[in-house]
Structure formats: structure tokens, C-alpha cells
Design a binder for this molecule. Structure first.
Ligand SMILES: Cc1ncc(COP(=O)(O)O)c(C=O)c1O
Length: 485
């Protein structure tokens, strides 16, 4: 194979011996094969990044207290596998064989690196966004004669968002809608209005990582309540509301990110009653609510059970396109005007053109959203089948909506798999990202927003990473990167 010489550093003989640890299988008479296997794992695990300069054979032989012939023969094996490249006068360095390199597996001649990104659970734009922008453009002309500051949002858009709540069983007036720059912006505004430094904010564990960041950015303290294997621990939620007296709660009751669970009607009634007893306001993140692949009726929004305590956030992000950066908060008219006052210290409204585009999309035919649901449901099934066949010891509950599978691993290796997967050309976030204090090492979130063939390939690469982690003997440092000297 021809690999470019791109040394990412050199590893000296002493350090390589250290990384190899006890590389020789007990009683083995195949020293060269064992040594080659040890180095192979270090390369595939990313502990010896591709392009790392290797020590001269003589020095490594001395450090390992073996013959130079044994090192030479291990090097020959690694060269044959494409894991080591040597050039006279330049020495030897590590390489990833074709088929494992980030740029090599599905590039079929495409020279650009192809890393499959499963770190984000966000689909691309729904068809029709560009057409909606074209329709919206002439309507912008009418807005240009005004000042363009619609602090609460364009009345037309608020009316359309309110109408969608009414369809879902929660009568809503446009005064109860505040248009924001995305759902996350809505949560940040709620934190700004309702919490102060040191206040507790109840969250689910696992939860959406940026929500944890937002709580921390508000100098508040996330108080996690663990989800169970079946969904919400309602006893735990009730006890925490009573005992920890959180100033605010943040929950994703529809196709929770990352678990995919949906809280049923009885659960909503119980949660609503507990919130009312504790008088705790709650942000209900409804960003995934439109991604429902079930045939059954949807439970009513939580506002039907906890009234004015609920601030529901939603956005165009998952249903239409994240790039619009348009979302909303649905809350009582009184809370909306207080949110508006809190917003003035930050920003003065959302862009008019994007609001017009989103209003067009909401006014248009629901067919495109229906097709999106069908496509995502199909991709969910493809991913589920791929995991069942290629990673048979991983388990998951098939979610009825949302964007990801929350996979349980047979061992606490989520961070290691995420670190190693990069060397196989897949980006994933480990379970620990979904908790304020880490942990969740037995869990990995796999989004199903990519096309079927990419999902198949991603799972193939992840299965290689998992095998590699299972075989690896060397510890992975905290940052996942091994310093080579
Ligand atoms: C649960 C959840 N809430 C909020 C957001 C952010 O939404 P937006 O892009 O509308 O700010 C995301 C995006 O991935 C999400 O998964």
C-alpha cells in the first residue's frame, strides 16, 4: 500500500514497551505473532495514532528484552497487514489499513475523508424549505416598511403554532406563544427568568447534554432523577420535587433524548399532580414530538395536566430544519410577558425572514412531514436490525419516535468505544455525556438520521471498535489520546 508519510509524533522504545504491557501470551512460543498482535491493538485503538514514528528494531528489542529477529519478524507481519509502513532511511511508522482508516472504508475512490457522524441526532432539511423561502420572499417586502422588531414573534407564526397545540388537544392563544431562536434559546430564557445562582433544577438522567450545559451556564445545579428501564421513575420524581425543592424542572416527555421513551397519559396526570403539589414550574421540551412513528393516539401535552406551571419549548429543528433557528415557548400570557422582559437583556427578537419561512412551512401540506416520519421509522428499523446482527450483545428498546436508539452495552466501555470508533471512522458520543456527573458507561446513543447504507457501515465500524476494545489490554487515558514522545 502507499501511505503518505505524516508522522503525528514518535514513540520511543521505552514508552512502546510500557504501552504494550504484558504482550506475550503466557507460555506462547509465537513471540513475533504476539508482539504484532499487541501493536495491532494499539494502532486500531488509537493509542498509537496512524503516522506515529516507531523506534528502531534494535532499541525495541532491547527494551522488550527479546531478539532483534523477533521484532523484525513482527514488523514483517504488521507491514503485510498494512499497519506499519517502512522506508529505507526514513524508518517505520504506523498506518491504518484500507478498510479501517477514517477515509478508507466507503470512499470507493473518493479521496475526501469520510467519517460517519453519529454524534449529532439531527436530520437534514425536509423537502420544501427552499420553496417556502421563495414564497416567503415577496412577503418580506410588506415587512420592510416596518421596523422589523417583533419581540414576541410574527403574529401569523404565533397563530400557526397556537393552532398546532389546539390540534393536539390544548387550546392555545397566540398571546401564549413567544417565538425564539430555537427550543434551546427558550430553555435558556426560562432559566434566566426562573432560576438564580445555586438554585436546583430537576432533570432526567440521561438527558440532552446541552440542557445540562444551559443549567450550568445559569449557575444553577442540575439535580438528576434516573430513568428506569421502563421510562420515568415517577416515585423518584415525586420524592425529588418534595425533598429537593427544585426551582425549575426540565423534562423531555415525548421521545426523550436519548432514551426515546414517551410518558403515557396516566404518567402525565401523575407528574402534573406532583408538579402542582410542589408548585414547581417545568420546561417540557417538545422538540421531538412531531417525530411520532406509532399508529396510536398521542397523549395530550403536559399543559393539560399542570396548567400554567408548564413552559413548553419546541422548534422547527427536528420537524423541518435546524438551520431556520426558529422555535418557541408556549406558556401562560403572564409568563410570556415576563419572558419577554427577561429576553430584553439578551436579544430583541427573532429574524423576520426565517419566521415567514417557518409560517409558510406550517401552513403548507403535512405530506412532507408524513414522509419524513416514514423515512425515519424505516431508518430506525434498519439501524435496529444492523445492531441486532452485528453487535448481538448490545440491547435496546425500539422507540416509537425520536431520532436515536439508546443501546445498552455488555460492559462499561462506552467512552472507550467512542474513543476507538474515531479510528474506524465513526463519531459517537459516549453515555457519560448525557449525565451531569458522567457515568452511564454501559450506554451509547446511536442516531438513525443517516441513510440505510451509511447506518449499516457505521454499525460495521462500531462492531470492529467494540471487538478492538474487548481485546485491548492497555488503559485509555482520560482524554482518549496517548501522548507519544
Ligand atoms: C432534546 C432537544 N432539545 C433541544 C434541542 C435544540 O433545539 P433547537 O435547535 O431548536 O434549539 C435539541 C437538538 O438536538 C434536542 O435534541
Amino acid at each position: 500500500m502507499t501511505a503518505a508519510v505524516s508522522l503525528s509524533g514518535r514513540v520511543n522504545a521505552r514508552r512502546l514497551a510500557q504501552l504494550l504491557g504484558s504482550w506475550r501470551r503466557r507460555g506462547s512460543r509465537h513471540g513475533a505473532a504476539d508482539l504484532a498482535a499487541g501493536i495491532r491493538l494499539l494502532v486500531l485503538d488509537g493509542l498509537l495514532p496512524a503516522g506515529t514514528g516507531l523506534p528502531p528494531e534494535r532499541e525495541l528489542a532491547a527494551a522488550l528484552e527479546v531478539s532483534r529477529t523477533m521484532v523484525g519478524s513482527a514488523w514483517d507481519r504488521l507491514r503485510a497487514d498494512g499497519l506499519v509502513v517502512s522506508r529505507r532511511g526514513a524508518g517505520s511508522w504506523t498506518a491504518l489499513p484500507r478498510g479501517a482508516a477514517a477515509g478508507g472504508v466507503i470512499d470507493d475512490g473518493d479521496p475526501s475523508p469520510r467519517v460517519i457522524d453519529l454524534a449529532r441526532a439531527v436530520p437534514p432539511a425536509i423537502p420544501g424549505v427552499a420553496a417556502a423561502a421563495e414564497t416567503a420572499l415577496p412577503r418580506l417586502a410588506a415587512e420592510l416598511t416596518g421596523h422589523g422588531y417583533h419581540e414576541q414573534g410574527l403574529p401569523e407564526l404565533r397563530a400557526r403554532i397556537a393552532a398546532r397545540y389546539a390540534e393536539r388537544g390544548l387550546p392555545t392563544s397566540p398571546d401564549e406563544i413567544l417565538v425564539t431562536n430555537g427550543a434551546h434559546h427558550g430553555f435558556a430564557l426560562a432559566l434566566r427568568l426562573l432560576t438564580g445562582p445555586g438554585d436546583r433544577v430537576l432533570i432526567e438522567q440521561p438527558t440532552y447534554p446541552n440542557a445540562i450545559e444551559a443549567v450550568r451556564a445559569a449557575h444553577a445545579i442540575p439535580v438528576p432523577v434516573a430513568m428506569t428501564e421502563d421510562g420515568w421513575d415517577l416515585d423518584g420524581l415525586e420524592a425529588t420535587l418534595r425533598q429537593a425543592a427544585p426551582r425549575l424542572a426540565y423534562l423531555i416527555t415525548d421521545f426523550q433524548n436519548p432514551t426515546g421513551f414517551r410518558l403515557d397519559e396516566a404518567g402525565r396526570a401523575r407528574l402534573g399532580a406532583a408538579l402542582r403539589r410542589a408548585r414547581t414550574p417545568v420546561v417540557i421540551d417538545e422538540t421531538q414530538v412531531e417525530l411520532d412513528y406509532s399508529d396510536g393516539p398521542a397523549p395530550p401535552p403536559l399543559g393539560a395536566f399542570a396548567g400554567d406551571l408548564v413552559l413548553a419549548t419546541g422548534s422547527a429543528g427536528k420537524s423541518h430544519w435546524g438551520g431556520l433557528r426558529v422555535g418557541w415557548v408556549r406558556a401562560s400570557a403572564e409568563l410570556v410577558s415576563r419572558l419577554l422582559a427577561a429576553r430584553r437583556g439578551l436579544d430583541l427578537g427573532s429574524p423576520v425572514l426565517e419566521q415567514l419561512v417557518f409560517a409558510e412551512l406550517l401552513a403548507g401540506s403535512p405530506d412532507a412531514l408524513g414522509r419524513r416520519r416514514a423515512e425515519l421509522a424505516q431508518r430506525r428499523d434498519v439501524l435496529a436490525d444492523a445492531v441486532r446482527t452485528q453487535c448481538p450483545d448490545w440491547s435496546f428498546r425500539l422507540p416509537a419516535g425520536g431520532l436515536s436508539l439508546w443501546c445498552q452495552l455488555p460492559a462499561p466501555v462506552s467512552t472507550r468505544i467512542a474513543a476507538v470508533a474515531q479510528n474506524f471512522g465513526v463519531r459517537v458520543v459516549p453515555g457519560s455525556f448525557f449525565a451531569p456527573h458522567g457515568g452511564l458507561e454501559r450506554w451509547l446513543r446511536l442516531p438513525f438520521v443517516e441513510p440505510a447504507e451509511t447506518l449499516h457501515e457505521a454499525v460495521r465500524r462500531l462492531s470492529l471498535a467494540a471487538v478492538s476494545v474487548a481485546e485491548c489490554r492497555a488503559p485509555i487515558p482520560e482524554n482518549g489520546i496517548v501522548q507519544v514522545t
